[in-house]
Every structure is written in C-alpha cells, then in structure tokens.
Design a protein around this ligand. Structure first.
Ligand SMILES: CC(C)(COP(=O)(O)OP(=O)(O)OC[C@H]1O[C@@H](n2cnc3c(N)ncnc32)[C@H](O)[C@@H]1OP(=O)(O)O)[C@@H](O)C(=O)NCCC(=O)NCCS
Length: 242
C-alpha cells in the first residue's frame, strides 16, 4: 500500500483522512499544513508533519503520493501542480459508499465523499470535490477544481465550469451551465445559466454579486501570480488555513 500525505489538516482534511482509512487503498502517514500552530500536533491520531514546503522531505522518507484536502478551489488547483512538480502522485480519495456509474470518468486528485452518487456518463475534472451525499445526475460535466457541497442535487446535463462552488443543499435543474468560478449559495434552486464569477442565491436563484469588471478582475489575478512563499502570510495556503 502506497504511503501518502494529506495536504490540509482542517475540517476537510479530517473528512479526507476518514475516506482514505475506509477505502484502504493508501496509507496516510501524516498531514502537511501551513498553519504553524498545528505542527507537531496530531489531528484524528495522525501527526501534522510540517508545512506544505515539506513535500520534498516526506518524499525522501518514502512517501509516494499526496491527496489535497483544501476547500479553496484556487489553492487546490495550484497545489496539484506543485505536488506533480515534486514528483509525487496525485491521489484521489473516494469513499467506499460513493457510487460511480461504470461509464462515468473522474480525473486526478478528486475527493468523492460518503454517499455521493455520480450517474451515467458524467465527467469529473481534476481536483473536484463531490461532497457528502451529493447527486450528480446523468451526462453532467464537473470542471477542474469545482466544489459540489454536501447534499447538492444536479439534474441531468448540467455543466459546472472550473473553479465554481455549489453551496450546501443547492439544486440545479437540467441543462443549466454554471460559469467558471461562480458561486451558488446554500439552498439555492438554479433554473437558468449562471454567468462566470457571479454569486447567485435563493429560490429561484438570483444574482447578488455580478462578475467583476476588467479592472477588478486584473487586481484579483495579482495574488495568484505571486510565488508561493514558505510560511509567508501572503501564501494562499496560509490564508486558507488561518
Ligand atoms: C452565497 C454566499 C457565498 C454569500 O456569501 P456573501 O457573499 O458573504 O454574502 P452575504 O452573507 O453578505 O449576503 C448577501 C445577501 O444575500 C443573502 N444570502 C446569502 N446567502 C444566501 C443564501 N444561501 N440563500 C439566500 N440568501 C442568501 C443574505 O441574507 C444577504 O441579504 P441582504 O443583503 O438582504 O441582507 C453564502 O451565503 C453561502 O450560501 N455560502 C455557502 C456555504 C456552504 O455551502 N458551505 C458548505 C461548505 S462544505
């Protein structure tokens, strides 16, 4: 059984540890997390070995893979690149009670939690999270680094573009497209396409935040262009764990 580390020791990290332990396909030997307050401590019995900058060290100690357990969609994708650059295998965590249709496909580094249902001909992109008890119905496409929260119901032929977040308990009717990095609020019922980078809430869902202007968009890009510093408070991992 391959030894792996879990990147992120927060609430989602605990969920992912449980999935790995129940699936018994890999052996989790510890967490890496950029919150220094956790270093040297144990989370659900597993040690927090250090920050994400320890990837190379754990590889030298025989770890061969990593599973990413970070809720932030942008950080998760960036970390995936970093894991692969570090020559570790990007591992998926799929709970034994999740059900995937035989003709559904899933990319690398995905997390599919307990009770999730993925129906016929669905495609699940890299780094996607399909959280507890969600339903992804037939021929739906889930983009890279999407988060489908617990209890979400997607009808058939739904497209969720990369980086989008569908909040807990939301329902999306058939043939709807959720634009990239859009946010669907908890409990929303989405009956129409959602523009990229827009936030919608309610029943039926309505926009409460429109997509940014070109100037706003440019300023949003800047942080992701900064190098990920080790222990640097500007590090997106650091912010995510604070
Ligand atoms: C949609 C969401 C992201 C908006 O967060 P936000 O941008 O901080 O928005 P605010 O909290 O300032 O709310 C703005 C307005 O929308 C309303 N609103 C926010 N979320 C709503 C929701 N889910 N349903 C209905 N109305 C909502 C607020 O009441 C507020 O209304 P007001 O202006 O009349 O007072 C957030 O409320 C949400 O639903 N997050 C999902 C959480 C989740 O699913 N967590 C699971 C993680 S596994």
């Amino acid at each position: 059984m391959m030894d792996i580390v879990i990147l992120g020791a927060g609430g989602h990290g605990r969920v992912v540890l449980d999935i790995i332990q129940q699936a018994r396909t890999h052996r989790a030997i510890g967490f890496l997390d950029n919150n220094p307050a956790l270093h040297g401590r144990r989370v659900d019995g597993l040690p927090v070995l250090g920050g994400i900058d320890q990837l190379d060290e754990v590889r030298q100690r025989g770890v061969r893979g990593a599973v990413i357990a970070i809720g932030d969609n942008g950080v998760r994708r960036a970390l995936g690149d970093r894991v692969e650059a570090g020559e570790l295998e990007l591992v998926s965590a799929i709970h034994p009670s999740a059900q995937l249709a035989s003709n559904a496909s899933a990319g690398k580094g995905v997390v599919i939690a307990a009770g999730a249902l993925v129906c016929a001909h669905c495609q699940i992109g890299d780094y996607a999270i399909l959280n507890t008890g969600c339903i992804v119905d037939h021929e739906s496409m889930i983009g890279t680094s999407v988060h489908i929260c617990p209890g979400v119901r997607l009808a058939g032929h739904v497209v969720v573009e990369s980086g989008a977040f569908v909040g807990i308990g939301a329902t999306v009717v058939q043939n709807v497209r959720i634009g990239f990095e859009a946010i669907v609020g908890a409990g929303a019922v989405v009956t129409q396409d959602v523009d990229p980078m827009t936030t919608v809430v309610g029943v039926p869902a309505r926009a409460i935040k429109d997509a940014p202007t070109a100037a706003e968009f440019a300023s949003m890009l800047a942080p992701t262009q900064r190098p990920i510093g080790l222990g640097d408070p500007r590090d997106p991992m650091h912010v995510a764990q604070a």
